[in-house]
Design a protein around this ligand. Structure first.
Ligand code: PSU
Ligand code: MN
Length: 306
């Protein structure tokens, strides 16, 4: 484990890492900004249980009082969920000020990867990643998540990207930056709420062992950066593409009308989509996170056996 005087690895996580047992990182922006209270807290706690049930130790990541935390208590998760969007959404550029001023921050995919790496955690489960936004050719709104995947050696297991993003441009960006994009049991990029997007992924892998082996080879070759695993939402929870795409188009039109920009865009769109679909998208969102957590735990377990 890298020594870092700003980092607190909770005892259970530290013990598992020291003993070479599997650990899975989880982000906290999905709790504070990605879902409403109290479903956010219920989901975050259940995700940790899913990880345990699949043989790994969960490490939910956040910044509390300026401390980088790898592994939260249920009370800390409750605090983040209840405080919601009043907690700063912390991406890479936010870290110095939040830590120096001893503030709280909910970690995005970017900062969760960074802190996981500092703690020595290699596998991270989430719902969706940030990417190249629709209209990025004029707004230049490209998530820092993509840059982090290009630079930080963590495997991120997600359900693909939401079509609030430009999926084609997101894949182009990842290709340019040398990030492998793997479909788990599929050759097609899943679009978060749906199993299909019309875009092909680089490779299909079908078992946690294959994912673990691929990640190990990437490390041993000395390649920088992570791997993006896209795991389709289970069929029974997937949404009607027409319904969800219409909701997303409406949400984007609203965001343009309201002049939303910068870091507020993604949380705004997530909340709008949820409102427009009457909560159906929230149910799908919760189920796909459980599905990703289970795969991440099994992959972390396989990685420890290599
Ligand atoms: N996409 C989702 N759910 C989320 C997020 C994205 O489907 O909760 C969150 C993640 O924390 C992700 C962040 O890292 O939003 C990306 O924000 P931005 O687009 O501002 O980079
Ligand atoms: Mn952005």
């Amino acid at each position: 484990m890298q020594l870092n005087r700003y980092l607190d690895v909770n005892p259970e996580v530290a013990r598992a890492l020291a003993e070479g047992r599997p650990v899975v990182a989880l982000e906290s922006t999905i709790i504070s900004h990605g879902m409403p209270y109290p479903q956010n807290v219920q989901t975050a706690l259940k995700v940790e249980q899913v990880i345990r049930d699949n043989g790994a130790v969960p490490a939910t990541i956040a910044i509390l009082g300026g401390r980088l935390k790898a592994g939260l208590s249920p009370e800390e998760i409750e605090y983040l969920g209840k405080t919601g969007t009043a907690v700063t959404k912390a991406s890479r550029r936010d870290l110095p000020v939040i830590v120096a001023k001893k503030l709280d921050g909910a970690t995005t995919v970017t900062t969760t990867m960074m802190i996981a790496h500092m703690a020595g955690i290699q596998i991270f489960a989430t719902g969706g990643i940030g990417g190249v936004h629709r209209g990025a050719e004029t707004t230049m709104d490209i998530s820092a998540d993509l840059e982090e995947l290009a630079n930080t050696p963590v495997m991120v297991i997600c359900a693909g990207a939401k079509s609030i993003l430009d999926l084609g441009l997101t894949l182009e960006y990842l290709e340019t930056h040398g990030v492998p994009v793997i479909g788990y049991g599929t050759k097609e990029l899943p679009a978060f709420y749906t199993r299909k997007s019309g875009f092909a992924v680089d490779y299909e892998l079908d078992t946690p062992e294959e994912l673990a082996e691929t990640f190990k080879v990437q490390r041993e070759l000395g390649l920088k950066g992570g791997i993006l695993v896209t795991n389709p939402i289970p069929e029974q929870y997937s949404m009607d593409p027409d319904v969800i795409n219409k909701a997303i188009d409406e949400a984007i039109a609203d965001s343009v009308r309201d002049g939303v920009h910068g870091k507020a865009t993604t949380p705004y769109l997530l909340a709008k989509v949820k409102d427009i679909t009457g909560g159906d998208s929230l149910d799908a969102n919760i189920q796909l996170v459980f599905n990703n957590a289970a795969l991440a735990a099994r992959t972390a377990a396989a990685y420890c056996k290599l």
